[in-house]
Design a protein around this ligand. Structure first.
Ligand SMILES: Cc1ncc(COP(=O)(O)O)c(C=O)c1O
Length: 406
């Protein structure tokens, strides 16, 4: 007879498989043919002996393969060792961490910063530590799982406003005495941007803190993302695993907030610190992205090219202007089928299914980077149009396409 847990696991996995929602890892390896010219050709990897162009990474500027950054990591490891050896409050906090914190503060105008090993732990630590059962917190309907998990752990009362709706947010702020409003700068699954300036003004009016998860905006999005960011945003969470191409995250805010987190955030206190080599790498990547604005320009050109080709081929995009370009299919199985058929053509895109996105809105999540070559983007769109019509996903009429792309 199987144990209770074995029975539960088998039943849950069976149900997920039946719904087309089972998640499985894929072992990817390096495309050695590419390495001779690593930083100037489209990102690729090998899976089961075959090479694919990668349209599903968050390495928006292509920094993960920049040779100078590999050297920065190497030098960091030679200088400090390969690991931090302890949690930050023991002996895991070094001048490499401090230098990165100072650079991030200089870039954003915040007073102080605190480093974490991932954006997930930064968000959960922030939410769990900052809020308790006495707080009412207002958050966009689509904020990331790490924010929701942290808020649930905190015991705060959570009120959700309609995605990117100022009216809905204002209604909640007017109705409840709110401690903070939380949103993302660029939404990870929809690719659209929050109205940062307007939400900030609402928060000021209602004396609520404005917290922004900037995972997908930092180092790529203009507007608020400069030394004046702190004037609009009270707490900004930036991650190093997306546009900076490396790993880790920081919470940026007032000195009082950071001191409070240092003394109380369990994820910070009871966990081995980000390695100094990774801190040195993230510092080098931050400086590299600032020194190479042409990468952001190239990313914008690639986004525009992709959108134009999709419009011409009547491929129904969601209307995002960022590197994240979703294509809603709806049905989870059909989404997987489209992704698999694209793979047969050497194109790898993300197939995103519930619970990551709401039921009925399974989608392809196509991400563009500065490193994609124009011909690979053209091949991706051509294959996309072919596969969608073969699988029976309706293409848009030209009129709808024009609406979608306004
Ligand atoms: C909006 C958002 N916030 C936070 C995270 C977590 O960041 P990390 O990947 O560094 O854990 C992610 C990444 O998946 C994200 O998309």
């Amino acid at each position: 007879m199987s144990s209770l847990l074995e029975t539960k696991i088998a039943a849950r996995q069976h149900a997920l498989r039946e719904q087309g929602l089972l998640r499985q890892r894929k072992v990817l390896s390096v495309d050695h043919a590419l390495n001779t010219n690593a930083s100037t050709s489209s990102p690729r990897f090998v899976f089961e002996g075959r090479a694919y162009v990668n349209f599903s990474s968050n390495d928006y500027l292509g920094l993960s393969r920049v040779p100078q950054l590999a050297e920065a990591l190497h030098l960091g490891a030679q200088t400090y060792g390969v690991g931090s050896g302890a949690s930050p409050l023991v002996t895991g906090y070094s001048d490499a961490h401090l230098a990165l914190e100072r650079e991030l503060c200089a870039l954003t105008g915040h007073e102080a910063a605190l480093l974490f090993c991932s954006g997930f732990s930064a968000n959960t630590a922030l939410m769990k530590t900052l809020f308790d059962q006495h707080d009412i917190v207002v958050a966009d309907k689509l904020v990331h799982a790490s924010i929701i998990d942290g808020l649930q752990d905190s015991g705060a009362q959570l009120k959700r406003f309609l995605h990117n709706s100022l009216e809905s947010a204002e209604r909640l702020l007017a109705r409840h005495q709110t401690s903070a409003l939380i949103t993302e700068s660029v939404f990870s699954m929809d690719g659209d941007c929050a109205p940062i300036a307007e939400l900030s003004a609402l928060c000021r009016q209602h004396h609520a803190w404005f917290i922004v998860d900037d995972a997908h905006g930092f180092a790529v999005l203009d507007g608020y993302n400069n030394a004046d960011a702190a004037k609009l945003i009270d707490v900004q969470v930036v991650t190093f695993g997306k546009a900076l191409g490396c790993q880790g995250a920081a919470v940026l805010g007032s000195q009082a907030l950071i001191d409070f987190l240092v003394s109380n955030a369990r994820e910070y206190i009871y966990s081995t610190a980000l390695s100094p080599a990774n801190a040195a790498l993230a510092l080098a990547a931050t400086q590299y992205s600032t020194a190479h604005p042409e990468l952001q320009q190239k990313l914008l050109e690639n986004i525009k090219l992709f959108k134009r080709l999709c419009r011409e081929a009547n491929v129904p995009l969601l209307g995002s202007d960022t590197a994240i370009q979703p294509l809603i299919i709806g049905d989870a199985r059909q989404t997987l089928q489209v992704a698999e058929e694209l793979r047969a053509a050497g194109i790898w895109v993300g197939a995103i299914r519930p619970p990551t996105v709401p039921v009925g809105s399974a989608r392809l999540r196509i991400t563009l980077t500065a490193a994609h070559a124009a011909e690979d983007i053209a091949t991706c769109v051509a294959q996309l149009a072919q596969v969608l019509s073969r699988v029976g996903v309706p293409l848009v009429t030209e009129r709808q396409a024009a609406d979608n792309h306004r």
